[in-house]
Design a protein around this ligand. Structure first.
Ligand code: BG6
Length: 485
């Protein structure tokens, strides 16, 4: 579907996200011919930069993140022609005149306002847009995470933004939903008959979802130290992955059918009590160590306060109270400065009920489906097979599907896909307000518990799989994390 002409305004347009992700994503779509001739990008920020100065900033901070900008300089130049810069204090309604001037009045244009700012500004900016007459019924607003820091603040953002825009105009981004393999998971589950009959408690023993990063907090310490891994990753990315794994088949891939099913999963997550809060959650903070053979400092040496209790690792045992999933543990874990850079979903099936072979059934590895989101994008199915020879001896083997090999086509980064969806008006891959609140409802007791307990996060050395307690968490159930097995 060809896109209509649009004006997209990036609030926070001189910031890190705009430079590293949003502008490179828009460039990539422009390079491949997806942007219409009348597409314009207006970056709004606090700095008083001239257009010239802003183009220099773009050159230094965005271009290095842009694939092919070096080899196709004329395309980069053409992209820069679309970009404008407007200096404004977005909190001050009296300061919007330059933005009003920069935007085209044509009522046929799609207008997108992208909030790449701290969430504390979302409501103010939306109200200001309404007051100065820039928001109309054709406008769309994109909200970047973190969407609040607890249930109350998330509700407040929803309520305030909702006074200016209808739910159908609001795009709450979780960039994990834009990843190719996450969508492939939908294809795997609902485009094949093979898996769905087995996708339930009768056949699945447990599910592990890991997002491990080798990187530390880098230059984001100011934000990160007020957030931590639970707010930064688990409340959003990990829970969204869990929803895609666990949801019932939606009626279609339209926005509301998918979001209705995800909401049911979030609402069915078993609530924690004092015992499970103490037992089923592990939080950690990295100390100095080695990642990929390189010595790296600990979290508290990276600019965090010396007594910071912010967690850089969290592991949770979750359960879903439904007929399909009752009793199946979902282990979620994420951390910075871990032993490897990977995101994966591991679905482990139950053990063989009985062995007809001479080998004891304990030598049979349960079937396991590994969905790799990054750095590899693929599927691995572990099966048992007979080894060649005259004896009936079975060994574990792997069936592998590498999506990059299979589809030798250029890939789209998550932000490229999601920005196109915003411009097309397609809401399926964005969170609805009730989903966001349901996720916070489940997560908030954990935050409150940590607050009450006032305990330190457990230390772990950079370059490991997190505190030993995370292995114990899953070990209590007689299981191991895949990388530790
Ligand atoms: C962001 C978090 O949402 O996701 C970052 O704020 C994290 O802390 C990032 O590094 C991870 O995303 P990806 O796509 O690199 O796995």
């Amino acid at each position: 579907m060809a896109l209509a002409d649009f004006d997209i305004v990036l609030f926070g347009g001189g910031g890190d996200l705009a430079m590293r992700k949003l502008l490179p994503a828009l460039f990539a779509r422009d390079r491949d011919g997806h942007l219409p001739p009348g597409a314009r990008i207006i970056c709004a920020g606090r700095h008083h930069w001239s257009r010239e100065e802003f183009l220099n900033v773009l050159e230094t901070n965005a271009r290095p993140h842009v694939a092919a900008a070096e080899t196709q300089p004329q395309r980069w130049q053409a992209f820069c022609e679309r970009v404008q810069y407007v200096a404004l204090d977005a909190t001050d309604p009296a300061a919007y005149e330059p933005l009003i001037q920069a935007m085209r009045p044509d009522s046929e244009l799609v207008r997108v306002f992208y909030m790449a700012t701290p969430p504390a500004l979302f409501s103010r900016i939306c109200h200001n847009l309404a007051d100065v007459g820039l928001a109309n019924e054709r406008s769309r607003v994109v909200l970047e995470k973190p969407l609040g820091r607890d249930l109350a603040s998330a509700r407040q953002i929803n309520a305030e933004v909702g006074k200016v825009f209808n739910e159908s105009q609001i795009y709450r981004i979780d960039h994990y939903l834009g990843k190719e393999t996450v969508q492939n998971l939908l294809a795997l589950r609902f485009g094949n008959v093979l898996f769905e009959p087995l996708w339930r408690r009768e056949f699945i023993s447990d599910v592990q979802i890991t997002i491990a990063e080798e990187l530390g907090v880098g230059n984001r310490i100011e934000y990160y130290d007020t957030a931590g891994a639970l707010r930064d990753m688990l409340q959003n990315h990990l829970l969204q992955l869990l929803c895609i794994v666990a949801m019932e088949p939606p009626l279609s891939v339209q926005a509301d059918p998918v979001r209705d099913e995800k909401l049911k999963v979030l609402r069915s997550l078993k609530r924690f009590n004092q015992t499970t809060l103490a037992q089923n959650i592990v939080r950690g903070q990295y100390r100095a160590g080695h990642v990929g053979g390189i010595a790296v400092p600990g979290y508290r040496q990276e600019g965090a306060p010396p007594d910071s209790r912010t967690e850089t690792f969290v592991a949770v045992k979750a359960e879903i109270d439904t007929w399909r999933w009752a009793g199946v543990p979902f282990y979620l874990r994420t951390g910075k400065r871990m032993a490897d850079q990977l995101a994966e979903i591991v679905v482990r099936f139950k053990a063989l009920p009985h062995s007809i072979f001479a080998q004891p059934s304990s030598t049979f590895q349960p079937n396991c489906l590994v969905i790799s989101l990054q750095p590899e994008e693929g599927l691995q199915l572990n099966l048992m097979a007979k080894t060649p020879g005259d004896r009936m001896r079975l060994k574990p083997v792997e069936l592998e599907l590498d999506f990059r090999e299979q589809f030798k086509m250029p890939r789209m980064e998550a932000y490229e896909r999601l920005l196109l969806d915003v411009l097309r008006g397609q809401l399926t891959l964005f969170m609805r307000s009730d989903e966001l609140e349901a996720a916070w409802e489940w997560v908030e007791p954990i935050l409150n518990y940590w607050e009450q307990e006032q305990t330190e996060p457990l230390p772990y050395s950079a370059g490991t799989w997190g505190p030993a307690a995370a292995s114990a968490l899953i070990g209590r159930d007689g299981l191991q994390w895949r990388e530790e097995a």
